[in-house]
Design a protein around this ligand. Structure first.
Ligand code: CP
Ligand code: NVA
Length: 307
């Protein structure tokens, strides 16, 4: 049995198997052919933070695969009143076939998984957002940007930046991350990704100059400057991130046919300008839709692993 907590727990071949499943199931879904790969299976979805895309895509996804999802808000669970995570894990993993969790500290996920009898999927932690990156990679494939691309991530050294590091390190492409000083990626995660990059040939460049990162890029991406849980730092962050908005003059430095991705929700006038966002809306909303398809691939793959 495998869990899906972070991309660096998987080989390139394993991630590509999940993506290929996603491509196959997407094709079937588009033809309105709903194959019950996970018939009668149940997915528990624990949310400690808000969500639009993650909740909807997992709930619709498991249903279209022949199963059912149950949304569990932390506040409605005894977990919110102090029942230990490890007890919650032992109880609900005796009833669900798979569990997705969106939480704060990544160690919560690891603890939950260590007590769970069924596969656990990371639906975002403070450190990683791996299911998002699977959708992003699927989108890159569909838009023809997966062949040795240069990807530029401009913004906060957060869960999205960390997951991009892992994706690039495994798939072997060039990733340039530009963060303001003081908002760099976690050094431990960077070092582990650099270790992985040695065998894949990935080039990981971490700098503080957004223009240098974007120059000649095939894919430009960013994320909110204020992640969930950082609301108190909003004012300071907006000041510190000055000069990091992806606007038309920044995009003009990328390749002519560069695409722009954003995991959403997007804050126009901060990490991205309205003009860039709307010019690339087709790419961004394809990326959002691909959450549904990529996660189906992940769930079906995880189910296969238990034999
Ligand atoms: N991108 C993403 O995970 O969106 P939600 O927070 O709406 O789930
Ligand atoms: N970095 C953001 C991603 C939201 C999908 C957050 O953690 O809030």
């Amino acid at each position: 049995m495998r869990h899906f907590l972070k991309l660096s727990d998987f080989s390139k071949d394993e991630l590509l198997e999940m993506i290929n499943l996603a491509i196959k199931i997407k094709k079937e879904t588009k033809a309105r052919k709903f194959v019950p790969y996970l018939e009668h299976q149940t997915l528990g979805m624990i949310f400690e933070k808000s969500s639009t895309r993650t909740r909807v895509s997992f709930e619709v996804g498991i249903y279209q695969l022949g199963g059912i999802g149950l949304f569990l808000s932390k506040n409605d669970l005894q977990l919110g009143r102090g029942e230990p995570l490890k007890d919650t894990a032992r109880v609900i993993s005796s009833m669900f076939d798979m569990i997705m969790i969106r939480t704060y500290e990544h160690s919560n996920l690891e603890e939950f998984a260590s007590y769970s009898k069924v596969p656990v999927i990371n639906g975002l932690s403070d450190s990683y957002h791996p299911v998002q990156l699977m959708a992003d990679y699927l989108t890159m494939i569909e838009l023809g940007k997966n062949n040795n691309p240069i990807v530029a991530y401009v913004g906060d050294g957060n869960n999205m930046a960390h997951s991009w590091l892992n994706l690039a390190a495994i798939m072997g492409f060039e990733l340039r991350i530009a963060t303001p000083k003081g908002y760099e990626c976690d050094e431990n995660i960077v070092q582990k990704a650099k270790e992985l990059a040695k065998s894949s040939g990935a080039k990981l460049i971490l700098i503080n100059d957004p223009k240098e990162a974007i120059k000649g890029a095939d894919v430009v991406t960013t994320d909110t400057w204020v992640s969930m849980g950082q609301e108190d730092e909003k004012e300071k962050r907006i000041k510190d991130f000055k000069g990091f908005m992806v606007d038309s003059s920044m995009m003009a430095l990328a390749k002519k046919d560069a695409i722009f991705l954003h995991c959403l929700p997007a804050y126009r006038g901060y990490e991205v300008s309205e003009e860039v966002f709307e010019a690339h809306a087709n790419e961004i909303f394809l990326e959002a839709e691909n959450r549904l398809h990529a996660q189906k691939g992940i769930m079906v793959w995880l189910d296969k692993q238990r034999g």
